[in-house]
Design a protein around this ligand. Structure first.
Ligand code: UFG
Length: 329
């Protein structure tokens, strides 16, 4: 297949690019490199360094023709920041998402994969979360992804664009061969922060709240390995000829913040300095996915079912890249 991947130099995007590359697809990455890293891409993959807001650049790439599909990862993804700058998030994520879908329709692209999120569900009162769970985004970030999901619904109905909305829970880990790992600036995610505390790259991990209604009082999340997410994209792509799909993507198991810290300690052999502080505003107590639908419809199943395995790949990557991408001299 010939595929265009927006945000393909980012964390989840680059792991998907490698998976597509491994199976022999022709991949072009469209990325402004504000969050992405050129070095993470396979050498043979062409990078178009441009912003989604650059309508002429986007048009020029799509006008090359022959595209079997577009995979859309490029987005802002900080929930907290979206509460500070709601219209910036709605414009950047939803507005540019609409423009991309419109351009796809104009250029005859027939398949579209959206990087969506568990943030669509806000603070649900049932667990695990299925595709039928009530949607109620708790932030403009979640809302922006919901808006793109809805736009895709209309693009299919009116123009026949087949789409897959893939709602990731907590993407984690790194490519087992070390080809791609997690390097956000700033880093806000739990697992890389705990690892940095274990490796002495930061002084401690602060735990946001220990008074949640969970067994140990800390928040529970569903950590799904980024390579399993990548395989889910391949599975969804293969399913689109039968119709558009929406899937929740998790490992199906929840782990508390303290369990993540214990896992990093087990795998690294180092005690992690930690301090419990106030809750972080907006954090739901428990987010665990039911991925029964994608399992039943495509046969996909996560290969990384143990938290220690996920953490281990992330630690290996961090040890090899203690300064992240672009700073290794
Ligand atoms: N946490 C800490 N200390 C930290 C960082 C995180 O205790 O320094 C806790 C958080 O409070 C939360 C858990 O670790 O309970 C996981 O936090 P992350 O920031 O790693 O991930 P989130 O669950 O907040 O967010 C993820 C994605 C978002 C997505 C969201 C869906 O990063 O993009 O899931 O709810 F929107």
């Amino acid at each position: 297949m010939k595929l265009l991947v927006t945000g393909g130099a980012g964390y989840v995007g680059s792991n998907v690019v490698w998976a597509l590359h491994d199976r022999g697809d022709e991949v072009v990455v469209y990325d402004n490199l504000r969050q992405g890293h050129r070095e993470v891409l396979p050498g043979s993959v062409r990078l178009v360094e441009a912003d989604l807001a650059d309508a002429a650049a986007l048009d020029a790439v799509l006008a090359e023709g022959g595209w079997d599909g577009v995979l859309h990862f490029a987005a802002l993804s900080l929930v907290g920041e979206s509460m500070q700058r709601p219209f910036f998030y709605l414009q950047e994520n939803a507005g540019l998402g609409f423009a991309l879908i419109d351009a796809c329709v104009r250029h005859g692209v027939k398949r579209f994969i959206l990087s969506s999120t568990a943030a669509l569900f806000g603070n649900p009162d049932t667990t695990p979360i299925t595709e039928e769970t009530r949607i109620d985004p708790g932030s403009p970030y979640g809302e922006s992804k919901l808006m793109i999901e809805r736009a895709l619904h209309w693009a299919d109905r009116i123009h026949g664009l087949r789409y897959a909305c893939l709602r990731y829970f907590n993407a984690a880990g790194a490519d087992a061969e070390g080809r791609s790992g997690e390097d956000h600036r700033p880093e806000t995610h739990l697992i890389p922060l705990v690892i940095d505390a274990a490796l002495g790259l930061r002084p401690e991990i602060v735990v946001f709240g220990s008074d949640y209604p969970t067994p140990d009082g800390t928040c529970i999340r569903d950590y799904v390995h980024v390579s399993d997410l990548a395989q889910a994209h391949l599975a969804a792509l293969g399913r689109l000829d039968e119709g558009s799909v929406t899937y929740n993507l998790g490992s199906g198991t929840g782990h508390s913040v303290l369990e993540v810290i214990r896992s990093v300690e087990r795998v690294s052999g180092v005690r992690v300095p930690m301090r419990i502080v106030e809750r972080r505003p907006g954090d739901p107590a428990i987010l665990v996915a039911s991925s029964a639908r994608i399992r039943a419809e495509t046969g996909w199943a996560p290969r990384y079912t143990e938290l220690d395995e996920i953490v281990s790949t992330a630690i290996n990557w961090r040890r090899a890249h203690p300064n992240g991408y672009g700073n290794e001299g």
